[in-house]
Structures are given as structure tokens and as C-alpha cells.
Design a binder for this molecule. Structure first.
Ligand code: SAJ
Length: 435
């Protein structure tokens, strides 16, 4: 008899998982509070820009609904809702809390409930379990119940836009409260994912894995952002130095400087650990400093541009900026915590006129093409390294368009060629090239 999987939250994480479970032979129900998203999925349309997902949705169509009662038919329920931060960077567990509260009346003993959302150590024990226990007739394996609800945490590992790593081949870690629960959860993932599923010794360890992975990335990016600013003062090109350091075959892992760190993972997850640390009397000074350094990069980038304008003797008042890119990373449409939005805000506050173009974000673009963005602009501000931009923005094209200065927020363009064409090129941590 086919097992049924209910996926709660049909976003970047839940939808690819739901489609994969369908492909691997499960009956699948998608549950989302957003009726438009549910309608799109029921019409086999991907509500997020992801060509592969769009194709899979037509090949493996899933039923979606806004009705939480649907989870009562499921054997396995996966919760994949956002865990963002508030505007003052405090963890916001509300989407997770409301997802658990919404499905709670429809849960049955014997089901497996797996939380995939990224959370700090302690959230399962201190938030999710107490919510489930409010239904007196539910017994939990966390309370050594036999044949109760089996509760697990399997942190998502999605890398939006990555052609190589997807939900079907990324290894996972999983933590549970009982051997039976762990076995059932592990069997589910082993059936749908062609990669190692590693059981952790506790749910807390599984929560801690994801936090460690993503804070590791944030501090390493902050490290290289700091080195970029220091090397720039010494007129040393950090990209050459990273290349040189990468010839060391061990104990060095390259990260790259840029105009900031965006996305719903790396720029957010550290705040969950910082807050948990505070609650237990530990001050995460290193994680906080890394966040400060990364959050300063949009300002650093705009300062770099203004220094360049001064050096080139260009008046700032009537300077028009072609702001290219709004998404937080290349070739996707996601704006969450995007440094490009911070750069845009800073430029607008300083009174610059902007031609804004992101081919993945037409709704927030002010012009409809790259050429229109360059038309009449004096400054090129590359804020997202979309493949299309890197390909099209040759030195010749910039010269033709009359661009007077290039600020490359992702060190993605050919600075040498641009300088040779007589246009000052300013990258993040790049040496000043003679024009
Ligand atoms: N960034 C840098 N320098 C770098 C790498 C990234 O400035 O060397 C910036 C990017 O421009 C972007 C932000 O950091 O604004 C985040 O980039 P990201 O490549 O980490 O992309 P994300 O946010 O999609 O991170 C996902 C995460 N996956 C999960 O959380 C499961 C993250 O853990 C992965 O490490 C990351 O993909 C990845 O490796 O690409």
C-alpha cells in the first residue's frame, strides 16, 4: 500500500521535496496557506522561478490544498516553512508555530512528523513538542510512547539555483527522539534521496548541524570581506591572492568578497544562534561581528563608488546609475535580505537617479532591458552577478554606452579589459588599475 506524504509549506524547500517524493512512489499532498501558490501547483505551474521544478511538476503532478485536514491522510508529514528574522534581526518562529498549530487537530498517533525548517538547538524541545502536547490524546515518542507521533528534525539543505546539488542528491542529517522514529524517518529520506542520510545522536545535534554549516559560511564570508577592505588600502588585488592561496591543497577554503550577504539562510541563521546563546548566557561575539561586517558591505560598496566619482572628477548630483541586479545571488529571483536592495536604498537616499534592471525581478525593475539600463547612465553598479550580465557587459559595450565608472559588487566583470577601455573599474578588494 502506497504511503502518503504531506508537505506543509510549498516554497523553495517543500515543493522540490514534494515532487521528489511523488517521483519516488509516494502519494503526496501539498499544504500551503497561500491559495495562489496552491492553485499554481494544482495547475502544474511552479510558483517560484525554477525551470527544473516546473518540468518536474508536470511530470510528477501533486495535489495541493489550503485545508490542513488533509494531513490526517498522511503517514509522513514534513514541515518546511520559513524561519526568518524580524526587522530588528530577532528570530521569528511564528510561521513554524502556526504551521504546527494548524495541523495539530488533524494529527494521528502513528504518524511521523519531520521539521525541515532551519532552527537553532532547542526549538524542537522547547517549542514544537510543547505545541504538540497541547493535544492530550496525542502521545509522542519523545515521551517514550509506543506508536504515538514520531517527531524528527531533518534540516533542509537546498541551494537555490545550483545546477549540481539538488534535494535529490544532497546528503542529510536527521535527529529523532526514538530508535523507531529515527528508522522511519531515515527510511523515508533514503527512499527519495540518492545520498547518505546520517542519524545524529539527538534532535539538538541535528539542529546544531545546520546552524554550524551556515554560520561557518557567514563568518568565512565576513573574513574575506574584511581582508578585501584591508588589501584594497594596500592596493593588493584580493581575487589574485585568493587564487594564490587556493594553490594550497589543504586547510584553505576560498570564499569571495562582495557587496554583502543575502538570502534566507546565511544572513539569517546566525541570529538564531546568537539569540539562543544570549538566552543561555553565552555572548556570540564572533557571529555578531561577522554579521556586522557583512551587513556593512552595501555601504562600503556605495562609499567605493563615491570615492571613484570624486577621483574621476564626476559630479555626483547629476550622476545616473545603472543598478544591475536585485536578487541576492546569481540566476535566481529571490530578494530576501538581498544586499542589492540595501545598495538601492543607499543610492536613492543620496539622491542618485537609477535605472534598475534585474531580468529575474521585472516587477522591481524600472527599465525592461540591459540596454535601457545603460542608456544615459554614467555609473554601472553591478549588484548581482547574473550570468547574463557577466556575458553581456563587455568593455566595448560599456564604452559604447558612455559609462564613466564601473563598480563591480561581485567582482564578476573583466576589470582589466574595462580599465584598458579607459573606464575606471572598482571591484571589492581589487587593485586600482591604470586607465
Ligand atoms: N556570498 C559571498 N561570498 C561567498 C559566497 C556567498 O558574498 O563566497 C554571498 C552571496 O552573494 C549571497 C549570500 O552570500 O548574497 C548567500 O550565498 P550562498 O551561496 O550561501 O547562497 P544561499 O543563501 O542560497 O545558501 C545556500 C545554503 N544552503 C542551505 O542553507 C541548505 C548554504 O548553506 C549553502 O552553503 C549555500 O547555499 C551554498 O553552498 O551555495
Amino acid at each position: 500500500m502506497k504511503e502518503t506524504v504531506a508537505v506543509v509549506g510549498l516554497g523553495y524547500v517543500g515543493l522540490p521535496l514534494a515532487v521528489l517524493a511523488k517521483e519516488k512512489g509516494y502519494e503526496v499532498i501539498g499544504l500551503d496557506s497561500n491559495a495562489d501558490k496552491v492553485a499554481a501547483v494544482n495547475n502544474q505551474q511552479a510558483p517560484i522561478k525554477d525551470d527544473r521544478l516546473a518540468a518536474d511538476l508536470t511530470t510528477y503532478p501533486i495535489k495541493a490544498t489550503t485545508d490542513p485536514a488533509a494531513v490526517s491522510q498522511a503517514d509522513i508529514i514534513v514541515i518546511a516553512v520559513p524561519t526568518p528574522v524580524t526587522k530588528d534581526k530577532a528570530p521569528n518562529l511564528q510561521p513554524l508555530v502556526s504551521a504546527v498549530e494548524t495541523i495539530r487537530p488533524h494529527l494521528k498517533n502513528g504518524q511521523v512528523v519531520i521539521v525541515e525548517s532551519t532552527i537553532n538547538p532547542g526549538v524542537m524541545d522547547e517549542v514544537v513538542l510543547p505545541l504538540l502536547k497541547q493535544r492530550a490524546d496525542l502521545t509522542l515518542d519523545a515521551d517514550d510512547a509506543k506508536n504515538g507521533v514520531y517527531v524528527l528534525h531533518c534540516p533542509e539543505r537546498i541551494n537555490p539555483g545550483d545546477p549540481k546539488w539538488s534535494v535529490r542528491n544532497i546528503p542529510r542529517v536527521i535527529g529523532g527522539y526514538s530508535q523507531t522514529g529515527l528508522e522511519r524517518g531515515k527510511a523515508f529520506y533514503e527512499r527519495i534521496i540518492e545520498a547518505e542520510i546520517t542519524p545524529m545522536q539527538s534532535v539538538k545535534e541535528a539542529e546544531a548541524c545546520k546552524i554550524l554549516e551556515n554560520t561557518f559560511r557567514d563568518i568565512n564570508i565576513a573574513f574575506i570581506n574584511e581582508m578585501a577592505q584591508s588589501f584594497a588600502k594596500l592596493n593588493i588585488d584580493i581575487m589574485n591572492v585568493i587564487k594564490g592561496a587556493s594553490t594550497k591543497p589543504f586547510a584553505f577554503m576560498p570564499h569571495y568578497p562582495g557587496n554583502g550577504v543575502g538570502g534566507h539562510c546565511i544572513s539569517v541563521d546566525p541570529y538564531y544562534m546568537i539569540e539562543k546563546g544570549r538566552q543561555v548566557g553565552f555572548n556570540h561575539q564572533f557571529l555578531k561581528l561577522a554579521r556586522q561586517i557583512n551587513d556593512h558591505m552595501p555601504e562600503y560598496t556605495v562609499e567605493l563608488m563615491e570615492e571613484g566619482l570624486k577621483a574621476a572628477g564626476l559630479a555626483t548630483s547629476d550622476a545616473k546609475v545603472a543598478l544591475l541586479g536585485l536578487a541576492y545571488k546569481k540566476d535566481i529571483d529571490d530578494l530576501r535580505e538581498s544586499p542589492a536592495l540595501e545598495v538601492k536604498k543607499l543610492l536613492e537616499e543620496k539622491g542618485y537617479k537609477l535605472n534598475i534592471f534585474d531580468p529575474y525581478v521585472p516587477a522591481h525593475s524600472t527599465v525592461k532591458s540591459l540596454d535601457k539600463a545603460l542608456a544615459g547612465a554614467h555609473i554601472l553598479m553591478l549588484a548581482t552577478n547574473h550570468t547574463e550580465f557577466v556575458k553581456e557587459l563587455t568593455a566595448e559595450k560599456l564604452k559604447e554606452a558612455g559609462i564613466k565608472i564601473v563598480v563591480d559588487g561581485k567582482n564578476a566583470l573583466d576589470g582589466e579589459a574595462i580599465s584598458r577601455a579607459g573606464i575606471p573599474y572598482l571591484g571589492i578588494g581589487r587593485k586600482r588599475l591604470p586607465v
